[in-house]
Design a protein around this ligand. Sequence first.
Ligand code: PLP
Length: 415
Amino acid sequence: MLSATIREDFPILSQRMNGKPLTYLDSAATSQKPQRVIDALVRYYREYNANVHRGIYKIAEQATQAYEASRVKVAAFINAPRPEELIFTRSTTEAINLVAYAWGRANVRAGDEIILTEMEHHSNLVPWQLLAAERQARLRFVPFDEQGMLQLHEFDRLLTDRTRLVALTHQSNVLGTINPIREIAAKAHAAGAKVLVDGAQSAPHMSVDVQALGADFFAFSAHKMCGPTGAGALWARYDILDAMPPFQGGGEMIMLVHLDKTTYKDPPYKFEAGTPNIADCIVWGEAVDYLKAIGMQAIRDHEQRLTVYAMRRLGEIPGLRLFGPESPMRRGGALSFELDVAHPHDVAQVLDQDGIAVRAGHHCAQPLHRALGVSATTRASLYLYNTEADIDTLVAGLYTVRNLFSPKTATAPKP
Ligand code: PLP
């Protein structure tokens, strides 16, 4: 059980929105930050703000040491074998673009294929479209079924000796589906393909072990796991990184520069050109400490219990259709739904009046919504600080929406 006082760690949650207590149900977009993470950010700027890997004075060494210590923590958080395998980026998006640009341009040729799924976030789709167009490669897509589960027999059919890469999300930001990465990775490797896992929605919510998953690349963002915005990471096996050409060129990624040629540092520095996002990368380590102290299994258990409760309560609302797997074992706490009487934007706007923050739209997954046959959904997404009371507030708010848009069929939540 998570401590009932966890909410108190997050100062924003004691605020009011539109005169009502804030019910924050949009953690899939970004998570809230505990006070100790906010304090760590202020501490960096007040006490040891300096560029890293350059100065030999005291605070520059302190900043470098903190930056590298955070790399060790973030790498250990996903059980990376070596901290040098973790490249700090701006976000999951940048991490995936890094692979598409550096690994993709060196390894994908005309006629090669990349397998994605129909449930990808645009971040794990558009970079591959760009690469495929440039290299005359082909994208193939694994569909999902009515339960929001990948159709693995289709994956088996699509996987051939032309497949260079399988890139897929670990946990869907819309359906909540947790994909069977280990099984997919084993098959992909047997076919000679590499595997990239988009971990933006899994790393914050469950214990991740990149070695056990069998991934070659794993991308994730600090801001969805109680850390600051502007920091993310790419993990990849060292031998792959070592063989990859750089992503961006500039300061700090070089060994020797001549006017006509340059040699590069070893990973991870080869991929961290210019001044990195020092403050946010350091503070990400504080967020990792915070989550680890609570325990990722405890967080997963809490969210699973809450998801079961939310699915039951949402299921009571007439005209509400929830997407994604029915089994809480197969999903996380991203709960996307449509309500027959109102457009998702109207739903979100009315909920906002009650202090409830949800997201409405396509959640950066237009092809997924097309496959569902809807143009948009409303999404409530859960995290460690949410409670059953948040779900009750949401359900009451959804009855308000129903009754506003369909007064003739007015109903009330079950007591
Ligand atoms: N992949 C998934 C599944 C996501 O949910 C998101 C963000 O919502 C991203 C990628 C992109 O993450 P970021 O915006 O932090 O780059």
